[in-house]
Design a protein around this ligand. Structure first.
Ligand code: DX5
Ligand code: ZN
Length: 225
């Protein structure tokens, strides 16, 4: 039985970072107390943006010791799983509705010793995750359309977090619920209360005076009713 999360894991999306200083930004984010780095891997085909690939992630691996998770928004993500593992990621997250055989992809991620996550775009039904809950380690509820940082979150997605949380609670294995997109101090408590325990934070980290201040205000906001 999954217990409700009692702590917020903050995963920094570096899509908003200074790409000319990514290694240093990862190091500073670790020092500021984030729990990991969220790499939005975009190929310019599955989504309009083109971001970074395994070589960039591997180069940053040397600058920080915190976990890396890869959110694959690419065509044929299966071909990238090995490269994400070699680049130093511990978790790989895929969109099941973009895959030929989602189960095979998820099992392939786990066979490489990685944690497997399913990502649900705003228009994707919870059932897309539901029928993989026996093998996934994480469900990523996207609160923005995939492809860009800095968007406003879609408040309706809190209902989806609740729906996923009810499903996960009935599983007899540990599954994390992560929210991704437009999460800020003024809305993090709502999704935390709905059952999410892991939060992808991008632009909100760069909107405060320092990363430390942003992390502190997010953690304080999540804990406040
Ligand atoms: C969007 C990405 C998100 C996004 C989060 O496609 O999956 O991770 O970068 O960034 P913010 O927090 O700025 O919405
Ligand atoms: Zn993401």
């Amino acid at each position: 039985m999954n217990r409700r999360p009692n702590r917020q894991a903050i995963m920094a999306s570096v899509l908003t970072a200074d790409f000319a200083a990514l290694g240093d930004q990862c190091r500073r984010l670790e020092m500021a107390g984030v729990d990991g780095i969220h790499w939005d891997v975009m190929d310019g085909l599955a989504v309009p943006s083109l971001s970074f690939g395994p070589d960039v992630i591997a180069a940053c691996r040397r600058h920080t010791a915190i976990p890396f998770e890869a959110h694959l928004m690419t065509n044929q993500p299966d071909r990238l799983v090995d490269q994400m593992a070699q680049a130093g990621c511990q978790t790989v997250i895929v969109h099941p509705d973009w895959l030929q055989n989602p189960r095979r992809t998820l099992q392939g991620i786990q066979e490489r010793g990685l944690s497997a996550g399913v990502a649900l775009s705003p228009g994707s039904p919870v059932d897309l995750a539901r029928w993989h809950l026996d093998i996934v380690d994480l469900v990523l509820v996207m609160t923005v359309e995939p492809g860009y940082g800095g968007q406003q979150r879609i408040a309706l997605m809190t209902d989806k977090v609740r729906e996923v949380s009810l499903l996960v609670e009935r599983q007899d294995r540990r599954i994390e619920i992560e929210v991704d997109g437009g999460v800020r101090p003024d809305n993090i408590a709502e999704v935390f209360g709905a059952g999410a325990g892991r939060f992808v934070i991008g632009s909100a980290l760069w909107e405060d005076a320092t990363f430390e201040a942003a992390v502190t205000s997010l953690r304080e906001a999540a804990a406040s009713p």
